[in-house]
Ligand binder design. Structure first.
Ligand code: PLP
Length: 438
């Protein structure tokens, strides 16, 4: 039998342009932009239709913490495929989900032992929001309907997630559909984090009876430009939730699974949330799956009859193939000592940002764990186009970047070999130097 003809790159792009509605892309841009046509991936590398390789410097939207097609994950997918892909979670269970729940509880911050499984980061936030809201409705504090979140927050693109977020480019149009929250000011508006904390303290104390939860991306706000805050800020925010006895929701969709150097960013500040959202690294980019992890105190608030149940579920809740992969991810972290291997890589990334900080035109730099970022202008989602030019030149040199406005960042896989990391950092440095000069 002859091999089926492989469609050409141009034919694939034409089909894509004719029928796909891509994320975050206007129709005009879609029709003009030349996308990479990726046909394969392995480790740190993506291969396009013409056989060219690109270093995945953004871990495919921060998910591929173990690199592409880790052999154990490939094997686990095949093995589980021989047994069970999926069964409705309503009224049924299966070994993978029960075992995953226990294994996740063992690595979650102490006391977070109750898992609600769903499909993606936005959904895990949606679920946390609904849990916090419903908890107070049915446990004697119905006035608790408001959420508190930080300026610069991003929690996903569904309606509750957008309500909590503050990046105008994402939420602006949808303003009339979103619910009101108490939003802390940005440190640059009020003169630093101390002032922000004063404001949040005032709000929490004045409106304690109305606050259902405070929601935060611990230590790093990814989408708004890899903005970082010190652990003391997180501790102070957490302490405020203890003071008024409301919930602290940690959105660890980006920061979890070792991205900041520890399994959870909250650990670095010594805080234990009431609800923790995880996705991305949860299946290391293999399948869409997420979890909202709650304390037993939160779950106890749902004891009682049918009217007290959390009325939230998804067709693919607790997908067996996803759960098998999520279990294998945890096993790989343990067996390959993934978290233990981060420190030397993180030092290298931090040293790189320091080095780039001396380049004329670089206005800011920061690093934490497996995140390194530099600014070529204001921090923010928009940008002047300089970030985009760096990305285009990097692509010519075999590196896939996706700047946030004029902020260039790298978030490689956590287990990236040192020589590959060195190559990536040197290449991006060279591209930044030549682009800012021209
Ligand atoms: C902190 C944070 N929360 C939530 C989300 C939304 O996750 P998803 O894109 O899987 O819906 C993201 C996505 O980047 C994120 O960075």
């Amino acid at each position: 039998m002859s091999e089926p003809t492989k469609p050409s790159r141009d034919a694939l792009i034409a089909l894509e342009r004719a029928h796909v509605w891509p994320p975050y892309t206007s129709r005009d841009k879609h029709e003009q932009h030349e996308p990479l046509v990726i046909v394969e991936a392995e480790g740190s590398w993506l291969t396009d239709h013409d056989g060219r390789r690109y270093f995945d410097a953004i871990g495919s939207w921060w998910t591929c913490t173990l690199g592409h097609r880790h052999p154990r994950l490939v094997h686990r997918v095949k093995e589980q495929s021989d047994r069970l892909f999926h069964v409705a979670a309503g009224g049924n269970t299966h070994p993978e989900i029960a075992l995953l729940a226990r294994e996740l509880a063992a690595v979650a911050p102490k006391g977070l032992t109750r898992m609600h499984f769903s499909d993606d980061g936005s959904t895990s936030i949606e679920v946390a929001t609904k849990i916090a809201f419903q908890y107070w409705q049915q446990n004697g504090r119905p006035a608790r309907r408001r959420f508190v979140a930080l300026a610069g927050a991003y929690h996903g693109d569904t309606l509750a997630a957008m309500s909590l977020a503050s990046i105008e480019e994402f939420r602006g149009t949808f303003g009339p559909l979103l619910f009101e929250i108490h939003r802390a000011p940005h440190p640059s508006e009020v003169g630093g984090w101390d002032r922000v904390l004063e404001e949040v303290t005032r709000t929490m104390r004045a409106h304690g009876d109305e606050i259902a939860a405070l929601v935060v991306e611990p230590l790093v706000q990814g989408a708004s430009g890899m903005r970082m805050h010190p652990p003391e800020v997180l501790r102070a925010l957490h302490a405020l939730t203890r003071e008024i006895d409301t919930f602290f929701v940690a959105d660890e969709v980006f920061t979890g699974y070792g991205r900041t150097g520890s399994m959870w960013a909250c650990e670095r500040a010594g805080v234990v949330p009431d609800l923790l959202c995880t996705a991305k690294g949860f299946t290391a980019g293999v399948l869409p799956m997420a979890a909202t992890i709650a304390s037993e105190r939160v779950y106890d608030g749902f004891s009682g009859g049918a009217s007290r149940a959390l009325m939230h579920g998804h067709t693919f809740c607790g997908h067996a193939l996803g759960a098998a992969v999520a279990r294998e991810v945890l096993a790989i972290y343990r067996d390959e000592e993934v978290l233990e291997g981060i420190a030397p890589r993180a030092d290298r990334i931090a040293a790189w940002t320091e080095r780039l900080a001396s380049i004329e035109g670089v206005s800011g730099h920061r690093a934490l764990g497996m995140i390194g970022a530099i600014d070529l202008g204001d921090v923010g989602y928009g940008g002047t186009g300089l970030g985009q030019r760096v990305a285009e030149r990097a692509r010519e040199r075999g590196v896939l970047l996706r700047p946030l406005g004029d902020t260039i960042y790298v978030t490689p896989r956590l287990n990236v070999p040192m020589d590959e990391l060195g190559w990536l950092l040197d290449t991006v440095e060279d591209v930044v130097r030549t682009t800012t000069r021209s």
